[in-house]
Design a protein around this ligand. Structure first.
Ligand SMILES: *Cc1c(COP(=O)(O)O)cnc(C)c1O
Length: 455
């Protein structure tokens, strides 16, 4: 039945950028239509007598039978690996799993979520180009776009994700190359109207790039709603155990680069830095990922170690079990907080009272994430006493891992700011960011309850 299935990494016909779903893989994909099964099986299928668990190919280099055969691989004419700065079999298997989870056609890993977003944008936008981005994005990504990419000569216009289609469309320029947004923003928890953003991007002839870190493909698959490229900080729920920083990019294969050939000459026209290859002509639906590997990874080198890819894979194997538990626990905690006299406000899109409840139900029907924010009555001092009172929840900058963790920006990361400056930055002095873990929910609530009594 599975005679023609590819076996990554030992048998997969690996041509750079085409590793994910080579011909023959369709049959296997149908066998694995459910996401829970993909969390375990996608990306790597051992053959007879081969290791059950994904092997760690901790090898920088690869061996060839002749220099002619080596040359054919370097020309991207025949399958095989070149050098681990570009690709590695362990990394590729994990990238293939994430691509399968997102419903994409090709994927790659990067050494961090920051690198994933930078590569996804820089792959199609260079000096003199322009990007439209939602305002509600992760702080690190905001700095990347607003400071570092501007310094590279790339112009950015930020738009309110809740603005009308006309207002957002007005931000576009003739040199706009992409639209960027987060499906569920960190930390503001804005749920994006993905279909609206896809409509606007496509009407302007550019792809929609969605950072899907918080909901993960378990709760939201942006490609199904029209997104073209999906990115991840795998550092969060995908890893789940806070052991390995990492990122991923998945391409849907749906954007027609050649139809917008003037805008995306970098993908359509010959690349003088890579033997004059035209990525769209040579690699079809895998053009975007192939270029990002062959050009950006080659020159910028942000590859994760195979060991870290292995850790990520272990996390992915239980993603479908962990994420629903995070959401279930978080909803119970959010309901508890909503009814508590010492809590002045709460932001959790899974609550009926949230402004984003309807959008969350549409795009993330099985849940949003374990992350919420709330205000402690009594401002900075009361919130500080609440933090001191916690016994189970740990104080961390991290979010979205198995342990319940909590951050009070006003007394830690943002302590140099005055109350007025904090309000202006959107993180009031009373704000607590809570990332609900997968401990027993009664224990989590009991810990929060006793700490609130001390506030
Ligand atoms: C954490 C995060 C990033 C950055 O990821 P790193 O792995 O820390 O580099 C990007 N986007 C979102 C939504 C994040 O939460």
């Amino acid at each position: 039945m599975f005679r023609s299935r590819p076996r990554c990494p030992s048998e997969i016909k690996n041509k750079l950028g085409r590793v994910q779903y080579p011909p023959g893989c369709t049959e296997r994909r149908e066998q694995m239509s459910k996401i829970e099964t993909k969390c375990l099986h996608a990306g790597y299928t051992p053959g007879n007598g081969e290791p059950r668990q994904l092997p760690i190919y901790q090898s920088i280099t690869f061996k060839y039978s002749s220099s002619e055969q080596m040359g054919a691989i370097f020309d991207l004419k025949s399958p095989g690996y070149i050098y681990t700065r570009l690709q590695n079999p362990t990394n590729d298997a994990v990238a293939a799993k994430i691509a399968a989870l997102e419903g994409g056609c090709a994927g790659m890993l990067t050494s961090s979520g920051q690198a994933a977003n930078f590569f996804a944008l820089f792959n199609i936008a260079c000096a003199g180009d322009h990007i439209v981005s939602a305002t509600a994005i992760y702080g690190g990504t905001y700095n990347l776009l607003n400071v570092t990419m501007r310094r590279m000569g790339i112009d950015i216009t930020f738009v309110d994700p809740d603005a009308s289609e006309e207002e957002i469309a007005a931000a576009f320029k003739p040199n706009t190359k992409a639209v960027f947004a987060e499906s569920l923003s960190n930390p503001s928890l804005v749920v994006l109207d993905i279909e609206k953003f896809a409509r606007i991007a496509h009407a302007q002839g550019v792809p929609l790039i969605i950072d899907n870190t918080f909901p993960t493909p378990i709760n939201c698959r942006p490609i199904e709603w029209g997104a073209d490229i999906v990115t991840h900080s795998t550092t969060k729920y995908m890893d789940g155990h806070a052991v390995a920083v990492g990122g991923a990019i998945v391409d849907s294969g749906n954007f027609d680069w050649e139809a917008q050939g003037d805008k995306f000459a970098c993908l359509v026209e010959p690349d003088p830095s890579y033997h004059g290859v035209s990525y769209t002509k040579e690699f079809g639906k895998a053009a975007f990922i192939t270029k990002a590997v062959a050009q950006l990874m080659r020159d910028l080198g942000s590859i994760p170690s195979p060991q870290n890819a292995f850790y990520l894979n272990l996390g992915l194997e239980s993603l479908h079990v962990r994420v629903p538990r995070h959401c279930e626990n978080a909803l119970a905690v959010a309901r508890f907080l909503e009814g508590h006299k010492k809590v002045s406000w709460i932001n959790y899109p899974g609550l009926e009272s949230s402004k984003y409840y309807t959008l969350a139900k549409k795009y993330m029907p099985t849940g949003t994430s374990g992350v919420m924010a709330f205000g402690v009555r009594g401002g900075r001092e009361a919130a500080t006493r609440f933090m001191e009172g916690l016994k189970l929840a740990s104080i961390e900058t991290h979010v979205a891992d198995s342990y319940t963790c909590v951050l009070h920006p006003a007394s830690s990361t943002h302590r140099q700011l005055t109350d007025e400056q904090l309000v202006a930055a959107g993180v009031g002095p009373d704000l607590i960011r809570l990332s609900v873990g997968i401990e027993n929910v009664e224990d989590i609530i009991a810990d929060i309850a006793q700490a609130l009594e001390k506030a």
